[in-house]
Structure formats: C-alpha cells, structure tokens
Design a protein around this ligand. Structure first.
Ligand code: GLP
Length: 241
C-alpha cells in the first residue's frame, strides 16, 4: 500500500491528476474505472486540459442511480458527460456505464460484469469514499456483494447526494446499481482519494480498523496495489495521527 498524505484538497487533486495522466501516457489503451462525487470534480477539470489522448482509453463508472436514464440531470452519466466525457476525445463506444433505467436491473448488472471482463478487467480504478465508508454504492451492512448489483441506499447516502436533486434528498433514488467488491478488489491498481474532515472517521476505519462489512473501504487493505491520496483533514481521526 502507498499513502500520499498531502496538505489539502487541491494538493490531492494534483497528485491524482499526475497518477492518472502518467497511467494514460504509459498505457494509451488503459481501462479506467471512474467515480462521481464532489471529490473528483477538480481532477476531471485538470484532466480535461492535461493534453492527454483519450482515443484508445476505455472507461467504466462505478455506479448509477436506479430509474434514471443518462439524460436525467441527476444521473451519474450526466455528471460524467458534464465534467469529463464531452470535453475529451473518448470514443462514445468506449464509455462503459450502468443504465439506471434498465427494465431488468439484475440483467443490466450481469451485462456490465461481462463488459468489464471482455475489456480485460480494469487497469486503474479511481474510487472516492462515502462518509459512512462506502465505495461506489457498496453500503455498510451485514454483508457485501461480490458482483455488480442493485442496492438500497442508506438515508445518509441519499442526503449526501441531494445537491444534484435541488437539495431534496427524498428526490434521490432509493436504490442504485453498483460494481461489487469483486470488481473493486480485482482492479489491477486502485487509487482512493478522500479529503476533508467529513471523511475522517471513515478514513480511520478504512486504514486502521478491522476488515468489516461495516466499512466496505476497509477491504482495500487487502489489495496488492492500492494508493491512498488523503489530505490532513481526512486523516485527523487516525489515532496514530
Ligand atoms: C457517492 C458515490 C461514491 C462517492 C461518494 C463520495 O455516493 N456513489 O462513488 O465516492 O459518494 O462522494 P463525495 O466525493 O461527493 O464525497
């Protein structure tokens, strides 16, 4: 495991921008897994102007809200179009995304797992951290699922995602489709970015706690090539400092 501890959010963004840019330059046909959220917004802004050739890159996003089609402004697909996809020369056919509005959610999840496998697996997976320790939408609970699946969202997660639903958390879909822990942990390399005091408890559990379904991110401790990019506020609850 590699830990990059930096001063603040901007420094974390710069660090991850360098990691991703280097990976695309080294492997132009990189299979890249991507998160949404506030955390990677600056990263996507920086990647847009990094002079990268995306023409052979393939992407797979971690998750999507159930019921929402790609045109819905609250969908993660719309978020990605707005923040990255429409600004770079990524081929539309190379963008892997779960369809929230699929009639059969289980079939859609199986299709996604097959598409990831057909692409040869994910080379570099970027992940963010939920304030409750979730990765993608793998929520804390009694158990975790290996494969891509439909999941009920915790109220705290719906509240954390209310911004793109005019601040109304009850307008946030109550379920989502997400890559499972197998997809997360079988990516060849994982880069986890978390910043700010609101993530401090989850970061402490992720790095120092036991492996537990109560903190899905704790399972990153088992990954053979994981890089954590964290700012000082995000590590403020670690007992070791
Ligand atoms: C969301 C997403 C996650 C993301 C997390 C943190 O619910 N499903 O993939 O990493 O929450 O979001 P943020 O970066 O806005 O704190």
């Amino acid at each position: 495991m590699t830990l990059h501890l930096v001063d603040d959010h901007d420094a974390a963004t710069a660090c991850v921008t360098t990691l991703v840019s280097s990976a695309i330059r080294a492997t132009p046909s990189l299979v890249l897994g991507l998160p949404t959220g506030r955390t990677p917004m600056g990263l996507y802004r920086a990647l847009r102007t990094a002079g990268l050739d995306w023409s052979r890159v393939r992407t797979f996003n971690l998750d999507e809200f159930s019921t929402l089609g790609p045109e819905h402004p609250g969908s993660f697909r719309a978020f990605m179009d707005e923040h990255l996809f429409r600004h770079v020369n990524l081929a539309p056919a190379s963008i892997g995304f779960l369809r929230g509005d699929a009639a059969d959610g289980a079939a859609e999840c199986a299709r996604y797992d097959a598409a990831i496998a057909a692409a040869g697996g994910i080379d570099l997976l970027l992940v963010g951290l939920g304030g409750n320790g979730h990765i993608g939408f793998n929520e804390p609970g009694e158990s975790l699922r290996a494969d891509t699946h439909v999941v009920a969202l915790h109220e705290s997660t719906r509240r954390a995602n209310a911004e793109r639903f005019a601040g109304d958390w009850q307008a946030v879909p109550a379920s989502a489709l997400t890559m499972g822990m197998r997809q997360v942990l079988s990516a060849r390399r994982v880069v986890m970015m978390a910043t700010g005091a609101s993530k401090a408890e989850a970061v402490a559990a992720m790095l120092d706690g036991p492996l537990t379904t109560r903190c899905p991110a704790s399972w990153l401790q088992t990954h053979p090539d994981v890089t954590f990019v964290l700012d000082r506020a995000a590590v403020s609850a670690r007992r070791a400092g």
